[in-house]
Design a protein. Structure first.
Length: 236
């Protein structure tokens, strides 16, 4: 996986991690200088029993490029929040992120065009996009949104046009790279396919609800034709 400026790693034997409790790691890292971290972990293990050998190595990556590190972490956060990737572990997310690239879009630039076949999924890292169908705007998506994921598994034309409202930055995942990830890591592929199934099920339910609502509205709006006489009019 990528190692970023500011990252911290703890390597230890079971003589330590068997004694650790929730919050211990954050507390020790926050309260100690790097050189004192191993000793503090050893002390806490000894205090709680210390029945095994205790080996600890602490690594801290130099903070030489915080700007690049922040952007990578931001990209990772967006991937983690995307419904398609919700079940992937940190390691799996990092592996997948290494197969992506960043695209910059100008104001009013078309990112996805309706009825045109595409093979990429997009995560909106910065900016806002407009969704339109048949030339009519139907929605706007804010920073952090994802779209176009169905292009990763089928070759159908896009169902809508996506245009950047202002300057935007997008994380792009191509179908070829997506298949490569699944082929090399089948357990991760199962997680992704399960997510796809949940997304499709949710969309089908939403479509059914919209159709039912539209049908009910049509029934309510139905009126009798003008040429049908009421009972009173028939008597006259």
């Amino acid at each position: 996986m990528d190692i970023l400026p500011g990252d911290q790693f703890i390597l230890c034997s079971d003589g330590l991690h068997g004694y650790l409790r929730s919050g211990d790691v954050e507390k020790i890292l926050n309260e100690n200088e790097p050189a004192d971290v191993p000793g503090s972990f050893i002390d806490i293990a000894n205090e709680r029993g210390g029945k095994d050998n205790i080996s600890v190595v602490f690594l801290q990556v130099a903070k030489d490029d915080e700007g690049a590190a922040d952007e990578l972490r931001q990209r990772m956060d967006f991937m983690r929040k995307a419904p398609l990737f919700r079940y992937l572990s940190y390691r799996e997310l990092v592996t997948l992120m290494n197969l992506t690239y960043v695209r910059t879009a100008r104001e009013s630039e078309v990112i996805i065009e309706e009825n045109v076949i595409g093979d990429e999924m997009f995560l909106l890292v910065q900016g806002e996009v407009r969704v339109s169908k048949g030339g009519q705007e139907i929605a706007r998506l804010p920073q952090g949104s994802n779209f176009g994921e169905m292009a990763l598994i089928d070759n159908a034309p896009r169902s809508a046009t996506i245009t950047s409202v202002g300057p935007a930055r997008l994380l792009v995942i191509g179908r070829k790279q997506f298949y490569e990830f699944i082929r090399k890591d089948p357990p991760s592929g199962i997680k992704l396919l399960w997510s796809f199934l949940q997304i499709l099920t949710s969309r089908l339910r939403s479509t059914d609800e919209q159709l039912l609502k539209a049908r009910e509205e049509l029934v309510i709006q139905e009126v009798e034709p003008d040429w049908i006489l009421s009972d009173d009019e028939q008597k006259i």
